[in-house]
Design a protein around this ligand. Structure first.
Ligand code: MRU
Length: 358
């Protein structure tokens, strides 16, 4: 039976073994009560884990999908090349249907597809699965490095002894390790700054309460949990010096999709003249889309709203609207914290540096 723990001793996700191995990931739907791994042994199990948010957060679902591809081709890795490539393409298409908004998913699947294509006709079929596994591992390792760099670049944004508000979970659980928005908080904390973090609970699925508060407490960071509707009051009381959130997709002009409720936090921050920062790796930027109106927004099961706390909390039959993400316009964003550094407006000009090779 995979291990269970109450402390953050397990990585968010990890590949166990070699080409015949499997993907182990923390089942985040069980947190904060239980920290337990599940093992995905098929592409279908990986799809289900992404869809049902056992693994979630834009970078983490990209990494999980890359390993899902490795699982999906295991049974055909010794078959004729045409068969292996037909399966590769099918598995990538299939995993791409799990969630629509976070571009990291498509970015990672595209890398897996391109890696496969670059080997076609040139590499013995028996080696292709190993090369794809190496690519998935590289995606995971790059994500770890990008998160650390985001933390290093962003830590300077926070003053000592200040309050920071965050929404949803953009921590180690949402990435291969360390996080994006929370990476900045972790790095500032490790540099000796005393921060007081206000975590929005993040209805309907409570990623802020269940996951962010858990991660912050694990690291000994002063944390106060608030309901989403309390953010304005906390800002008016002068307790927040900065807001920082993660992102699921950032378009060429800087418009940013993130967890539902992020847009309202950005509007509140502007009203109270508080800087609103977005932390994200380059894998979250989608330069093929000019602006936020084109971002596909995931709509989820109404039951997440009507049965949010383990019991029915709304009358049977009520109409429900449940978009999982919203788009914050670029003009409300004070800066992007990326692995290449802090990028400030005008975004159309400066985001271009992320397109250039490192
Ligand atoms: O629905 P989720 O939990 O996958 O949504 C996650 C978020 O919105 C995060 O803020 C975003 O993916 C950034 S994670 C580094």
């Amino acid at each position: 039976m995979p291990p269970a723990s109450t402390a953050a001793t397990l990585p968010t996700l990890r590949w166990i073994g070699e080409i015949d191995g499997c993907l182990a990931l923390i089942d985040q739907t069980l947190l904060p009560v239980e920290c337990r791994e599940i093992e995905c042994r098929t592409a279908e199990a990986t799809w289900e884990a992404i869809k049902s948010l056992r693994v979630r957060g834009a970078p983490a679902i990209g990494v999980a999908a890359a390993y899902g591809v490795c699982l999906g081709i295991q049974s055909v890795r010794d078959r004729p090349e045409a068969e292996l490539f037909a399966r590769l393409s099918k598995v990538c298409d299939y995993l791409a249907t799990s969630r629509p908004t976070a571009v990291n998913l498509f970015w990672a699947l595209d890398r897996m597809r391109r890696t496969g294509e670059s080997l076609r006709g040139k590499t013995p079929v028996a080696e292709i699965a190993a090369r794809l596994l190496a690519e998935a591992r590289a995606i995971e390792e790059e994500d770890r490095r990008m998160c650390r760099a985001i933390g290093r670049h962003g830590a300077e944004l926070f003053a000592d002894n200040s309050g920071v508000l965050t929404h949803c979970n953009a921590g180690g659980l949402a990435t291969a390790d360390y996080g994006t928005a929370l990476a900045v908080i972790f790095a500032a904390h490790e540099a000796g700054k005393r921060l007081h973090v206000f975590a929005d609970e993040t209805r309907p699925l409570l990623q802020g309460a269940r996951l962010t508060a858990w991660e912050l407490l694990q690291r000994g960071i002063e944390t106060t949990l608030i309901c989403d509707s309390m953010a304005a009051q906390v800002m008016r009381e002068g307790r927040i010096a900065a807001v920082i959130v993660g992102a699921d997709r950032i378009t060429a002009n800087g418009d940013t999709a993130n967890k539902i409720g992020t847009y309202s936090v950005a509007v509140l921050a502007r009203h109270h003249q508080i800087p609103f920062y977005v932390a994200a790796p380059s894998s979250t930027f989608d330069f093929s889309i000019a602006s936020g109106v084109e971002i596909p927004i995931e709509h989820r099961n109404p039951q997440e709203v009507t049965h949010g706390f383990g019991r029915q909390t709304a009358p049977t039959g009520v109409a429900v609207y449940n978009p999982a993400f919203d788009v914050t316009p670029a003009e409300l964003i004070a800066a992007f914290v990326t692995e290449r550094g802090v990028i400030r407006p005008p975004y159309l000009e400066y985001l271009r540096i992320l397109r250039e090779p490192n």
